[in-house]
Design a protein around this ligand. Structure first.
Ligand code: NAD
Ligand code: TYD
Length: 357
C-alpha cells in the first residue's frame, strides 16, 4: 500500500485528483488535509464506493499549522505529498491579497519545512516525491503569438500569480539547497466537475440557468488555454510516477479560446439542452463590464517536454468535454446550490457591483 498526503483536496482539482487516483490505484491510500475555505467541500467524497472510501482519510486543518503537519508526518510513512492547497481566484487576490500570501507563500513554506525535516529522517528517501501543483500564470502574459515553456522567465501580474511564483521559488530552493525530491507543474486553466462557480465556466453556466447577466471583462478577447481537469490529473500522476526531481513540467490543453467564444459556446450548449424559453436565447444575457486590473491577455502552453519525456498528452477534446461539464452541472444542481451560500452571494456582490461599463 502507498500513502500520499494531498493538501487542498476538497477543492476543485484536488477532489477530481483524489477520486481519480484512488479509483485507478487500488493500492493507494490518500490523506486529504484541507482547512475548508469557501472553496473546499468535504461532501465531494460522500458518494465514494466502499472499496475506495476505506482508502480515503480526511483531516481538517491548515497547511500553516506546524504541529498538525508534524503529527501527520510522524504518524504516516508517506510516499509523497501532492500540494494543491491554495487561494486560487485572481479576482479575490485583487480585492483581498493577504490570504494569498498567507496560504500560498507562508503555507507552502511551512509545508516544505515540515516535509523536509521528516524526509531527512525517513527510510523512504529515494522514492519520496513532493509534487507542487502550480499555474501557468506565473509566466505573465503572452502577446498574440508564442508559448510558455519551462524556461520562460517568471513575470506574474496579479497577487495570486505573484504568490504562486513565490511558492514555486521556495520549492525549487528546497530541492537545490536541501535535496528535497520536489517536482513542479505549471498548468493552464482547468474546467470540469466540482469547480466553484466563481471561475468563468461554472459561473457562466450558473448564471445562464438563473437567467442572470453573463459578465464579460473588458473586450472578451483574452485568451486562455483550456484543459479538462481529468487530463490535468493524469498529467500529475505521470509527473509523480516518472518526473525527475528538481524539474518543472508545463501542462496545457492546446485548446486556446477567447473568453467570448467560451461564453457563446456555453450559451449554445445550454439553449440546446434546455430548449427555447420565453426569455429568448442565452446570448442576450451577455453583459460587458469593466476589465480586471492587470488582466493577462493570453496564456498558451508548450507541453512538449511532458509529452516527450513522460509520454503525457491530453485525451479529451475541448468541445466534447465542455458539453460533459455542462451536463455535470445540470445533473448536480444541488451541489451548486449547496456551495452558493451566503459567502458566495457576498462575493458576487463585492466583485460585480459597480462594474457595468
Ligand atoms: P480551489 O480554490 O478550488 O481549492 C483550493 C483548496 O485548498 C480548497 O479546498 C481550500 O479549502 C483549500 N485550502 C485553502 N487554503 C488552505 C490552507 N491554508 N490549508 C489547507 N487547505 C487550504 O483551487 P483549485 O482550482 O482546485 O486549484 C488547486 C491548485 O491548482 C492551486 O494550487 C492552484 O493554484 C492550482 N491551479 C489551478 C488551476 C485552475 O484552473 N483551477 C490551474 C493551474 C493550477
Ligand atoms: P478565471 O476563471 O477567473 O481564471 P483566470 O483568471 O485564472 O484565467 O477567468 C478566466 C477568464 O475569464 C479571464 O480572462 C477573466 C475572464 N472572466 C470574465 O470575463 N468574467 C468573469 O465573470 C470571470 C470570473 C472571468
Amino acid at each position: 500500500m502507498k500513502t500520499y498526503l494531498v493538501t487542498g483536496g476538497a477543492g476543485f482539482i484536488g477532489t477530481n485528483f483524489i477520486r481519480h487516483a484512488l479509483t485507478l490505484n487500488s493500492d493507494w491510500r490518500i490523506i486529504n488535509l484541507d482547512v475548508l475555505t469557501y472553496a473546499g467541500n468535504p461532501a465531494n467524497f460522500e458518494d465514494l464506493p466502499p472499496d475506495v472510501a476505506k482508502r480515503y482519510v480526511f483531516i481538517p486543518g491548515d497547511i500553516q499549522d506546524k504541529h498538525l503537519l508534524d503529527g501527520v508526518f510522524s504518524k504516516e510513512d508517506l510516499d509523497g505529498v501532492i500540494h494543491f492547497a491554495a487561494e486560487s481566484h485572481v479576482d479575490r487576490s485583487i480585492l483581498g491579497p493577504e490570504a494569498f500570501v498567507q496560504t500560498n507563500v507562508v503555507g507552502t513554506f511551512t509545508l516544505l519545512q515540515r516535509c523536509l525535516e521528516h524526509w531527512k529522517s525517513s527510510n523512504n528517501k529515494e522514492d519520496f516525491r513532493f509534487l507542487h501543483v502550480s499555474t501557468d500564470e506565473v509566466y505573465g502574459s503572452l502577446g498574440s503569438d508564442g508559448y510558455f515553456t519551462e524556461n520562460t522567465p517568471y513575470d506574474p501580474s496579479s497577487p495570486y500569480s505573484a504568490s504562486k511564483a513565490s511558492a514555486d521559488h521556495f520549492v525549487k530552493a528546497y530541492h537545490r539547497t536541501f535535496g528535497l525530491p520536489a517536482v513542479i507543474t505549471n498548468c493552464s486553466n482547468n474546467y470540469g466537475p466540482y469547480q466553484f462557480p466563481e471561475k468563468l465556466i461554472p459561473l457562466i453556466i450558473s448564471n445562464i440557468l438563473a437567467h442572470k447577466p453573463l459578465p464579460i471583462y473588458g473586450d472578451g478577447k483574452n485568451v486562455r488555454d483550456w484543459l479538462y481537469v481529468i487530463d490535468h490529473c493524469e498529467a500529475l500522476l505521470a509527473v509523480l510516477n516518472k518526473g525527475k526531481p528538481g524539474e518543472t513540467y508545463n501542462i496545457g490543453g492546446g485548446a486556446e479560446r477567447e473568453n467570448i467564444q467560451i461564453v457563446h459556446t456555453l450559451c449554445d450548449i445550454l439553449d440546446n439542452r434546455l430548449g427555447s424559453t420565453d426569455n429568448g436565447t442565452s446570448r442576450e444575457l451577455i453583459t460587458y463590464i469593466s476589465d480586471r486590473p492587470g488582466h493577462d491577455r493570453r496564456y498558451a502552453i508548450d507541453a512538449g517536454k511532458i509529452k516527450q519525456e513522460l509520454g503525457w498528452s491530453p485525451r479529451y477534446r475541448f468541445e466534447e468535454a465542455l458539453e460533459d461539464t455542462v451536463d455535470w452541472y445540470l445533473q448536480n444542481t444541488s451541489w451548486v446550490d449547496s456551495v452558493q451560500s451566503g459567502e458566495y452571494l457576498k462575493w458576487i456582490e463585492k466583485n460585480y457591483h459597480d462594474r457595468q461599463s
